[in-house]
Design a protein around this ligand. Structure first.
Ligand SMILES: [Zn+2]
Length: 215
């Protein structure tokens, strides 16, 4: 069962379209798995739709002809985008990427030991979004975070000091959290982070390539 959800202020910002693409994708992906958050977002959308009705009443004072001309502008055509689910096969396991990732660019995979990541091309500066695959038996050494690190588990399972995570879990960590994720089955995650991780055990020089790979 999913135990980790976006907090209410994130869901509100998502509903109002105020989030960066990386966080919107992460929340949409969580909602694919989580009925509770889908219902909350629907309720928030209904509330904001009622607010819009008030705004529309004010619009009637505008020049109606001009407004209708703008709405029915013939040059503006919308073609529904037909995208097929993106299937990935990583180390013999098939994965279907979430709907929110169907139309974004994905870089080639970089691999290091049991870890592999592909960058999702969103152009958000220091905020990097990745697909991270950990092969069965893989571990990320004990670390904390200089900034924030958001993980949405897409498939498989992993554990850390705080428990076990299942697909859909939305795990938001910062510099107050230390953990070492490990997976028996292998897993695929969506990660969003705004700085590299900080290893707290072992030779950080030796672990730096892992940190760079994951961020
Ligand atoms: Zn949820």
């Amino acid at each position: 069962m999913i135990k980790h959800h976006p907090n209410p202020s994130l869901l509100l910002a998502f509903t109002q379209g105020q989030l960066a693409a990386s966080l919107s994708i992460a929340i949409s992906t969580h909602m694919d798995h989580c009925q509770t958050c889908r219902h909350q977002v629907l309720a928030l959308q209904e509330t904001s739709a009622q607010c819009l009705d008030i705004d529309n009443a004010e619009l009637e004072e505008w020049d109606n002809d001009e407004m209708i001309a703008a709405i029915t502008d013939d040059d503006f055509e919308v073609h529904p985008k037909q995208s097929l689910p993106i299937q990935l096969n990583i180390k013999g396991t098939d994965y279907t990427l979430p709907q929110a990732l169907q139309s974004v660019g994905l870089s080639s995979w970089l691999k290091l030991g049991k870890l592999a990541r592909a960058r999702i091309d969103l152009n958000e500066g220091e905020v990097h979004t990745n697909l991270l695959h950990i092969e069965k038996g893989g571990t990320i050494p004990l670390h904390t975070h200089k900034g924030f690190e958001l993980t949405v588990l897409l498939a498989g399972k992993f554990n850390d000091e705080h428990g076990e995570y299942v697909p859909g879990d939305f795990i938001w960590l910062n510099d107050t959290n230390t953990h070492s994720p490990t997976t028996e089955t292998g897993c695929l995650c969506l990660t969003v982070a705004n700085d590299s991780m900080h290893f707290v055990q072992g030779l950080s020089k030796a672990l730096n390539p892992i940190g760079k790979l994951i961020y």
